[in-house]
Design a protein around this ligand. Structure first.
Ligand code: PEP
Ligand code: MG
Length: 661
């Protein structure tokens, strides 16, 4: 028998909801399946359920076969329709791995001029967790685990299955012990709980046992089974599920180590303040490492939204990830300095760099202690004007850190990440869900979503970019979007749909001609008419532009008549005004926002916006610089958007201005 329903579980059957659904299903004798789009999976496997990628508001069917089928369907449909009712593990669910999230604000750090650019002894990676650190290098390169590659004799198979089951039980017990510690933070608890669920899941054990029964030794079988399941997670159109691939590998490794009677290379003995260097660190390893002692993290793998980045940010540990093979250059380093704001790693720094980093670290610690009181402050000038201090974020995982820091909305949501971390373009539905989640999280504060700003230097799957001599002067931002209405319209439709859920505003990057705004407005109207005809709920949004090209500055008075707001993108504006590539360390000196030419451009923009009566904000890195904030506010800017770590300091700076007036 079967029954269909619409899923009301917030954000769908991700990790913890999937586990709770499985727990419920396992309470019945009947075989139970969940069916979506004609695909049926066992409701007793959380891995299979996650891979079905069931989203909120989708239709699914629960199918049961057995003595208690009616009761099973009743209970499971009840959960899907009203997930909060009747569960006994809600307390545990308060810390879902799904949130994988920062439960505490990252430590604010001084954000003065960027640290020394990566030179001969410097490497550049992804700036995954802010802050500066310098300390002894602690290289963590555990050896790869290999199976025996031996075919078992028939009489050995039962014993090998038994050995495997005992290893799984040992890993589960170890994870349960870790979860029982009350010192564990909520975020880490969620991550370990998700790993335990994978260790306990029938998919991994079933697949492995099948391979052992086919004659493979247990270690080879676990490696193969984990790779197969991880590959399934990697291809789902959902960034959260993609990241589960790493979790499956981490769990597989733990099981193999027990089978081999080996302990993993331990992080237990990491020296105080050391910089942890690894090709990859499993979330499990990092979450149970002595995090208080770790000064910084540098990794070959990982990106801004990987679990390592999330753990590092939530513990205020600076991190530079995604170095690729370059990380091997650090294997023999004695000392390492890292700049988590810019993504720089300096190997064996010289005396001057050492002093510089030591000063930055000390200043950050002192400042951090005094800033938290500003979290709930609404900064006002003497005349009562409120200055909105908002957050720059690039993924839903960063919402919590922004809120914890006291962000008054989002001044820049970079949508590139959404496009870059998938194997193909994100669907309209997926985008609409993401933007709606943001709008809901910050309502009534505004969330300014920037339309896709991708350029020839950073191609993404699904869009073919031409080879360009000068990609920064090429087919990027609004130029590419207007040439590809098939992609752009999906994003605009998703934004119109999300605007129903909160205060969504939209801004266009790289604008250099007024026709770009007009053509976009035409497309927005076209999308709204389509949605209306289709009966899809949607709402209008304010349309603004980023001011980041000299052309936009010079036509600002005309632009101001056509848009609802300006947001000054000082990162690009500086490189274009100064004709100095923002990625080229050789011209880093010229790439200076305080150069009079750039400050003049900012002032001209502010004047044009103020004269037209529209909001003028800033979302480039300069918006968070306490030395510049008073100048920007005096020019008439009423919104400053920055990384969450800079918010409290900016609020303090604005409050101090009010005191001086
Ligand atoms: C800018 O250019 O200032 C900006 C905020 O955009 P991005 O850094 O993403 O190019
Ligand atoms: Mg820019």
């Amino acid at each position: 028998m079967e029954r269909s329903t619409i899923v009301r579980v917030h954000e769908g059957l991700h990790a913890r909801p999937a586990t709770r659904f499985v727990k419920l299903a396992k309470g019945f004798e009947s075989d139970v399946e969940l069916v979506k789009d004609g695909k049926a999976v066992s409701a007793k496997s959380s891995v299979k359920l996650m891979l079905l990628a069931v989203k909120e508001n989708q239709e699914v069917t629960v199918r049961a076969n057995g003595a208690d089928a009616i009761e099973a369907i009743e209970a499971l449909i009840g959960y899907l329709e009203n997930p909060k009712a009747g569960l006994d593990d809600e307390a545990e669910s308060q810390s879902p791995a799904n949130d994988a999230g920062q439960k505490t604000a990252p430590a604010p750090v001084p954000e003065t001029a960027p640290a020394a650019p990566a030179g001969a002894s410097g490497l550049r990676g992804v700036a995954a967790s802010e802050g500066f650190a310098i300390g002894p290098a602690f290289a963590h390169f555990p050896p790869d685990i290999a199976g025996q590659g031996r075919m078992l004799q028939a009489e050995e198979i039962a014993g090998e299955v038994h050995r495997f089951r005992a290893a799984v039980a040992a890993v589960q017990a170890r994870m349960d012990r870790a979860l029982a510690q009350d010192t564990l933070s909520a975020g880490d608890r969620g991550i370990i709980a998700a790993l335990r669920d994978i260790a306990a899941d029938d998919s991994l054990t079933g697949e492995t046992e099948g391979l052992i029964k086919g004659g493979n030794d247990a270690v080879s079988a676990v490696i193969t089974a984990a790779s197969t399941i991880a590959a399934d997670f990697s291809v789902v159109d959902d960034h959260y599920l993609n990241a589960r691939a790493d979790d499956v590998h981490a769990v597989g490794r733990q099981i193999c180590l027990v089978l081999l009677g080996q302990d993993d290379v331990s992080l237990e003995n990491i020296p105080e303040g050391a910089i942890l260097i690894a090709d990859d660190i499993g979330a499990w390893d990092l979450a149970r490492a002595p995090l208080k002692r770790i000064g910084g993290v540098v990794c070959g793998h990982g990106g801004a939204t990987s679990h390592i980045a999330i753990i590092a940010r939530s513990h205020g540990i600076p991190a530079v990830l995604g170095l690729g093979d370059q990380v091997n250059a650090l294997r023999t380093a004695r000392e390492v300095a890292i700049d988590g704001n810019a993504g720089h790693v300096i190997i064996d720094p010289d005396a001057a760099t050492r002093t510089d980093f030591a000063n930055r670290v000390e200043a950050a610690a002192k400042e951090r202690a005094g800033l938290t009181v500003f979290k709930t402050v609404t900064p006002k000038l003497a005349d009562g004007t409120i200055i909105e201090v908002a957050a720059n974020i690039g993924s839903l995982e960063e919402i919590e850190a922004a809120q914890e820091a006291g962000a008054m909305g989002v001044g820049l949501f970079r949508t590139e990440l959404l496009f870059m971390r998938h194997m193909h373009l994100p669907s309209e539905d997926m985008q609409a869900e993401t933007y709606a989640a943001l709008a809901k999280a910050f309502a009534p504060y505004p969330v300014i979503v920037r339309t896709l700003d991708i350029g020839g230097d950073k191609p993404i799957a699904g869009i073919e970019f031409p080879d360009e001599e000068n990609p920064f002067l090429g087919w990027r931002g609004i130029r590419m979007c207007l040439d590809r209405p098939d992609i752009f319209k999906q994003q605009l439709r998703a934004l119109l749909r999300a605007a129903v859920h909160g205060n969504i505003k939209v801004m266009l990057p790289m604008v250099s001609d007024i026709s770009e705004v007009r053509r976009t407005r035409g497309l927005v109207e076209e999308c709204a008419a389509e949605l209306k005809a289709e009966g899809v709920p949607h709402a209008t949004f304010d349309l603004g532009v980023m001011i980041e090209t000299p052309a936009a500055v010079l036509i600002a008075p005309a632009l101001a008549k056509e848009v609802a707001f300006f947001s000054i993108g000082t990162n690009d504006l500086t490189q274009y005004i100064m004709a100095a590539d923002r990625l080229n360390p050789t011209v880093a000196k010229l790439n200076d926002v305080t150069n009079p030419a750039v400050m003049m451009a900012i002032e001209l923009t502010a004047k044009a916006g103020v004269a037209a009566g529209i909001m003028v904000g800033m979302c480039g890195e300069a918006a968070g610089r306490p030395d510049l904030v008073p100048m920007f506010v005096k020019m008439g800017l009423t919104e400053l958007s920055m990384s969450p770590a800079s918010i409290q300091r900016a609020k303090k700076t604005i409050m101090a201005m009010a005191g001086e007036d």
